[in-house]
Design a protein around this ligand. Structure first.
Ligand SMILES: [Zn+2]
Length: 232
């Protein structure tokens, strides 16, 4: 219990502080080193040194479970906000309890969650979210990532390239005026690229949405670090 209380207290500190990303990073380092002092040092994958950067965003052992949870947390917020704005859902559950439906559609919009798009031989055909405005004939291919801060720009470019072929195909296949790849990328400390606010604006989401996204990512990272420290 003492441990749990300690976590809550530290966690609050993260949000109460004037959180620049570097400040958050420092806080995470503190949590890590503080806990590491009074416990055994561990290697999970055995490949890299136990830096906060490795544990929080670069460990292959943690990727399929821990990182997916944090990634989906972020994706769910975007999905829920788009679904609400497009009047595809009307229940307002808190984002942590929200479960996206794979296909939502009404007269004006279509929203896919983690759905493969049937195409001719395009290797990357399953973005996290596909959102179509039927009236304006615009489709957005939205893909989410939570990398290390130094990888932000590279990941955005990678995602753009990865799904561009699919975007072109969708444009032709679905007779869209435009189909755009929109990466939603935030570092594990909550640092955001400049492009994020433009992306949110493109979806007609409130510019402040990034705050909710940040909270979700930082909580996810705290949970990953703590789970790692308690791993035997
Ligand atoms: Zn590792």
């Amino acid at each position: 219990m003492a441990d749990k209380r300690g976590f809550v207290r530290r966690n609050r500190g993260l949000f109460n502080s004037n959180t620049g990303p570097s400040h958050t990073n420092k806080k995470l380092q503190e949590i890590y080193f503080e806990a590491a002092r009074d416990r055994r040092a561990m290697q999970k994958c055995g490949k890299e040194s136990e830096t906060i950067q490795h544990i929080a965003a670069a460990c292959q052992q943690l990727a399929p479970t821990e990182y997916v949870k944090r990634h989906d947390g972020l994706a769910k917020i975007i999905h829920q906000k788009l679904a609400e704005a497009a009047e595809l859902i009307d229940n307002k559950s808190p984002y942590c309890k929200y479960t996206p439906v794979n296909v939502l559609e009404n007269e004006h919009f279509k929203l896919y969650w983690n759905q493969s798009i049937l195409t001719n031989k395009i290797p990357f055909n399953r973005p996290d979210i596909t959102f179509t405005n039927k009236k304006s004939k615009n489709t957005f291919l939205i893909d989410i990532a939570v990398p290390n801060t130094h990888n932000l720009v590279k990941i955005i470019t990678d995602k753009q390239n990865k799904y561009q072929e699919l975007a072109n195909e969708i444009c032709a296949m679905w007779k869209q005026k435009a189909a755009q790849v929109i990466p939603i990328v935030m570092s594990f400390t909550g640092a955001i690229p400049k492009s994020l606010s433009q992306s949110l604006t493109r979806f007609n989401l409130h510019p402040n949405t990034y705050i909710q996204l940040q909270k979700s990512v930082i909580l996810g990272t705290c949970s990953i670090v703590r789970n790692f420290l308690h791993y035997k």
